[in-house]
Write a protein that binds this ligand. Structure first.
Ligand code: SF4
Length: 492
């Protein structure tokens, strides 16, 4: 028996700015952030502050769905959390269970219809779904569902899980287990009905998801910084393959996957994505990045007058490099924090004339100096070349680039928006060639062993340290062969 889903008008407002980061910079894009609340009378306000703390994971849209036990109150919109949720609107989001989402979209796909949570009507009431990650075999499942009559409302893969649940003849929890057993990928899911919350992490734990408590209420967040923001106590990370069910009887710890897979939390969370004040697997991000910088100094020391880090994500590593070498850390670059969302971006011509909206070199600091520039990754190489040239234009006599990750050679299938390998400079050129391409005096990357040791310390039980390193070593933790229909990037 099939149970079709229906969607109503799920959002209001039409505000949309093209996000920054699209004016030719080639950083990897953060994926999405999720935040869930179970049984707190002010679920919407907690979600607002939680999502605000997760804003760095997605700036294009934000959404929240709250249940008062009998009906959903929800809103989604394009823009930042503070733009999407006005004071008046927040007063309409009453209830004590909620799921929320912030999102970056993949290119060409920044549509409001894909903003989350997605909300559906199904046979047992209302269903809302929010996810962070990517379902690799979504195209295959979607085609099968469409051939058997399902009508999709969005291009988001998140809808696949809703259809799988809706078409099952089993109850919600068993239907969700079946659905998770069917999908392959890296994901953290929050699924809400009028009186239940389901929380799941993929069998390898690729995407981060953590649980906290505030009084008797349970909280779930992509990063611990969101729990910290609202004063919640951190309980633990959600385990790979785990399915938590929260209902009137409280928390039930269950699993949808009983096989033993290797744990593979995304290494890029530690290198770049997560906020420095977040902890994952018990490791603080700032501390891990400092160790990466320190290890980088041991692996590839270069004599220089100062160390500087590309703000903001590489500052911790630059401090680590400086501490290890004794070369002073200086603020050689400044990031303009107010370029986040703007209607006006400089034209190519103005950019070539030197209009810099995001990043500036501090001439008085770098002029006449030999500079070690720490960055977290090189994707296409265009940003690195621009930054090196910017430091040279400001008077740096030498620029030595140190990257606190191994060469990024392979696309991500688990929720990070990456170009395909032909556009990844490290898959096309040698380190020496990249060095010339970005106009640096020297270039070195952190070794895989150095990266693992920096994140996991002395825990050498697993040679990969419980991490996914596939974009560096091509060892993808899941199968990817779905008849050429597999999908990479981000589907949240
Ligand atoms: S392939 Fe790279 S970016 Fe993707 S989950 Fe693995 S480590 Fe993270």
């Amino acid at each position: 028996m099939s149970h079709e889903l229906t969607t109503g008008p799920l959002w209001t407002g039409d505000y949309y700015n093209e996000g920054s980061g699209k004016e030719g910079l080639d950083k990897l894009k953060e994926e999405c952030g999720v935040f869930g609340v179970f049984r707190h009378p002010d679920a919407a306000s907690l979600s607002y502050y939680g999502l605000h703390a997760l804003q760095h994971r997605g700036e294009e849209s934000a959404g929240m769905c709250v249940s008062d036990g009998s009906q959903f109150n929800y809103h989604r919109g394009m823009g930042l959390v503070k733009e999407v949720f006005t004071k008046d609107l927040m007063q309409t989001l009453t209830g004590d269970i909620s799921i929320g989402h912030v999102r970056y979209s993949t290119s060409g796909d920044s549509k409001l219809t894909n903003a989350q949570p997605l909300v559906f009507k199904y046979r047992d009431g209302d269903l809302a779904v929010a996810t962070n990650g990517n379902i690799v075999n979504a195209p295959t499942i979607r085609r099968e569902l469409e051939q058997s009559g399902s009508i999709f409302q969005t291009t988001s893969d998140t809808e696949v899980i809703a259809h799988l649940i809706a078409r099952s003849s089993k109850g919600l929890v068993e239907a969700a287990k079946e659905a998770f057993q069917r999908i392959v990928g890296g994901y953290a899911f929050l699924i809400m009905t009028n009186d239940k919350l389901l929380v799941a992490s993929d069998p390898h734990g690729l995407r981060p998801l953590t649980m906290g408590k505030l009084g008797d209420a349970y909280l779930f967040a992509s990063e611990t910084c969101a729990l910290e923001t609202i004063g919640a106590e951190l309980i633990r990370d959600i385990e790979p393959g785990e399915l938590l069910v929260l209902d009137a009887d409280g928390l039930h710890e269950d699993r949808f996957d009983h096989h033993k897979h290797r744990k593979a939390l995304c290494a890029m969370e530690y290198i770049y994505f997560a906020r420095p004040d977040s902890d994952m697997n018990g490791t603080n991000q700032h501390a891990a990045r400092k160790r990466m910088g320190s290890r980088m100094a041991i692996e590839s020391f270069v004599d220089a007058d100062l160390v500087t880090g590309v703000p903001d994500s590489s500052i911790s590593a630059a401090i680590g490099y400086a501490e290890q070498t004794g070369i002073p850390y200086e603020m050689g670059m400044i990031k303009n924090k107010y370029t986040g969302r703007t209607f006006i971006q400089p034209s190519q011509e103005l950019r070539e004339q030197g209009v810099k909206m995001k990043l500036s070199a501090v001439r008085r600091v770098v002029e006449g100096k030999r500079v070690v520039m720490i960055d977290d990754s090189i994707v296409r190489g265009t940003t690195s070349r621009r930054i090196v040239n910017m430091l040279r234009d400001a008077g740096a006599t030498e620029v030595h680039v140190r990257i606190t990750s191994p060469p990024f050679k392979n696309p991500c299938f688990y929720g990070i928006d990456t170009p395909d390998s032909r556009e990844l400079i490290a898959s096309q050129l040698s380190v020496e060639e990249i060095c010339r391409e970005i106009n640096a005096d020297s270039l070195e990357f952190l070794s895989p062993d150095g990266l693992i040791a920096s994140i996991q310390g002395d825990n050498q039980d697993d040679p990969k340290g419980g991490l996914c390193l596939a974009c560096f070593d091509h060892d993808y933790p899941t199968r990817l062969d779905f008849g050429g229909e597999e999908k990479f990037g981000c589907s949240c």
